[in-house]
Design a protein around this ligand. Structure first.
Ligand code: ZN
Length: 637
């Protein structure tokens, strides 16, 4: 298993694609509110996929694949979030101007070329996630650039598009979708194909695209509102699209694993070639159910009791290869199994795996004999409902044939550990065509000028602004990435407290307190600002911030003012201080008589016990010296 990969050497190329839901009032092509319903669906409708031919009359490979699967789609309807447009019974309305303007902001931020008119296009979707059989998309900017930290990444296309229906259940034959999600506007930002970068660089790029999008303040937050996809290839490999990478860090893993996977599949290809494997050696799957008639295996008994079939086929020259790891925890055999699973069976069983647990060694030997298995071969069996078994066997056989020549171009779904599983073949390029039901949207010079006025600050500009306030680049960067960015901006905007002090409280003190187990998340933006306003008004001392934050975390129902009074953290005036000092001096007059001026040092500790955090230590020292002198105990005035 290759671990340290030289990404330059293997010719790693990838692209990053970010989809983010926009916080608009309505959906992109109808008047329904753009939100996920919190209520139960009021009904469902069922549809089957129509085989839609592209403009050239060609049926896409991916569409044909879906057609073969012959699935039924069920759509949940919601009272307020679904209308006739969503179920494809009414033509779409003109595109939502609010969504277009938000995406226009982003396009301008990335200095993209803006077309004079926005034309809505149709992109074929064949997984049932859109009732119309296509997703509508419109290009708002071309040839943009994402700039951050002296780096520039080419952004060929910035588009606004409609969100797909949300998947609720998938039992193989029937997929259920919810229609409230369908049509919520998304911004789609994708990089061009990037070369000479490491998988880690992709995390940084995705992060900065995410930051940029959030900076508009017009995006939905929360689980599922942002989706990250990557496409990956290496020299001698092929384009593989990985959909739905959940977190930023997983982007690195997903690219790393995909590079490993393609490297390993190249090795499989070379090995098959050197063994003399060729297409003529592949044979059709055969019904081997009869061989298992008297099987003692629980697994087989169950299959036969349900009147299911077992089919087998021999993979000539594949012996041992199904054991090969493609990436951590994933063998070639496991990958092949996913092609069978996609056809509605449980998976495959093969002679490269340890079959002792299945208790069917004798039967497997007979299957091998029946199929003419030779030493260098691998024999595969698939069990399940008759028609599905044949489809599953053929899917695995086709995948194995491809293994002789190339790594298949396909769409893979990201797992939570960064590995991926087969989802469907990659659709061809013939899948974009014009949407004639929707008039073009004109982008006037006026609109561009108006939008330009509101475009948010870029990451680079923000960093520059923070550095000018006296923060280091590192600290500025840390704040921008942190959850306290809004707090910091609030404090800087609304108080005269120094940026350095605010940054140190937000980045250091808060972290330390969290480590100590203080529930600092209870200090919301309002309370944080309140604390800094009290600091500015000198109602609390800088030294007391730690205690104030602890107190506010502990008593979230109280106001900051109540908390600091309760904890005795309010500052005291010089007059109050003087009274305390006089009291201490009187009580220690003998000490002063004895130690003279050096008594100040001793008494300082005593006074500070009473006033720590409530007034500046220098003031305490100064007044203490004055009062010690006035006591006449140190000598004549
Ligand atoms: Zn609607």
């Amino acid at each position: 298993m290759t671990v340290n990969i030289d990404y330059q050497k293997i010719g790693l190329k990838y692209g990053v694609e970010i989809h983010q839901r926009l916080a608009t009032t309505r959906k992109l092509f109808c008047a329904c509110p753009a939100r996920i319903s919190t209520e139960q669906p009021i009904g469902t409708i069922n549809r089957k996929l129509r085989a839609v031919a592209g403009e050239l009359g060609l049926i896409d490979m991916a569409a044909a694949y879906e057609f073969i699967r012959n699935r039924m789609f069920t759509y949940q309807i919601f009272k307020n979030e679904t209308c006739l447009v969503d179920i494809d019974e009414e033509p779409p309305h003109p595109i939502d101007p609010e969504a277009v303007k938000t995406v226009l902001e982003l396009a301008l931020l990335m200095k993209a070329d803006i077309p004079g008119e926005i034309h809505v296009m149709r992109k074929t979707v064949i997984d049932g996630s859109n009732t119309s059989g296509f997703q509508r998309t419109a290009i708002v900017g071309l040839n943009g650039v994402l700039s951050y930290a002296n780096k520039k990444v080419f952004i060929p296309v910035i588009a606004v598009e409609e969100e797909s229906a949300g998947i609720v259940a998938n039992d193989g034959d029937n997929v259920t979708y919810r229609l409230d999600r369908l049509g919520i506007p998304l911004v789609e930002i994708s990089t061009g194909l990037l070369q000479g970068l490491t998988p880690k660089d992709a995390v940084e790029i995705a992060y900065h695209i995410g930051m940029l999008v959030r900076s508009t303040g017009k995006v939905l937050r929360g689980l599922g509102t942002i989706r990250q996809d990557v496409n990956v290839s290496i020299d001698g490999g092929n384009r593989v699209e990985i959909k739905g990478v959940q977190t930023l860090d997983l982007i690195e893993k997903a690219i790393e694993y995909e590079a490993q996977r393609q490297l390993a599949l190249k090795e499989v290809k070379d090995e098959l070639k050197s063994r003399g494997c060729k297409l003529e050696l592949f044979e059709k799957p055969q019904d081997v159910t009869h061989i298992f008639a008297d099987s003692k295996s629980k697994f087989i008994k169950k299959i036969l009791a349900e009147n299911n079939k077992i089919y087998g086929f021999n993979l000539a020259k594949f012996g041992g290869l199904l054991k090969k790891d493609l990436c951590p925890g994933k063998t070639f055999g496991k990958e092949l199994s996913e092609y069978a699973v996609a056809q509605g069976v449980g998976g495959i069983t093969h002679t490269d795996e340890d079959l002792t647990n299945y208790q069917m060694d004798a039967e497997m030997d007979r299957v091998k004999a029946f199929l003419g298995h030779e030493l260098e071969d691998c024999t595969v069996i698939v069990a399940g409902q008759g028609e599905k078994v044949v489809r599953a066997c053929n899917a695995v056989l086709e995948r194995c044939k491809t293994a002789l020549f190339e790594i298949p171009r396909e769409v893979r779904a990201a797992n939570e550990d960064g590995t991926t599983k087969f989802s469907r073949p990659l659709p061809g390029s013939s899948r974009l065509y014009p949407e004639t039901d929707i008039p073009p949207f004109r982008i006037t010079k006026n609109l561009i000028e108006e939008t330009r006025k509101h475009i948010p600050e870029t990451w680079d500009k923000k960093l520059g602004r923070f550095v000018k306030m006296g923060l280091t680049k590192e600290l500025s960067d840390q704040i921008i990435r942190s959850e306290y960015l809004n707090d910091f901006e609030n404090i800087i905007k609304n108080t005269g407290v120094s940026a350095k002090f605010a940054a140190s409280v937000l980045m250091s003190t808060m972290t330390e307190l969290r480590r100590e187990g203080v529930k600092v998340e209870k200090v919301n933006e309002e309370k944080m600002l309140e604390i800094f306003k009290l600091l500015e008004a000198k109602k609390i001392g800088k030294e007391a911030v730690n205690e104030v934050l602890k107190g506010v975390s502990k008593y979230p129902m109280q106001t900051v003012d109540e908390t600091i009074s309760k904890l005795g953290l309010k500052t005291i005036s010089k007059e109050e201080l003087r009274a305390i000092i006089r009291d201490v001096v009187q009580k220690n007059i003998n000490v002063i008589k004895k130690d003279k001026k050096s008594a100040v040092k001793k008494l300082m500790g005593t006074v500070m016990k009473h006033v720590r955090g409530k007034i500046d230590g220098k003031v305490v020292n100064q007044i203490l010296i004055e009062e010690v002198k006035k006591s006449h105990a140190v000598g004549p005035p």
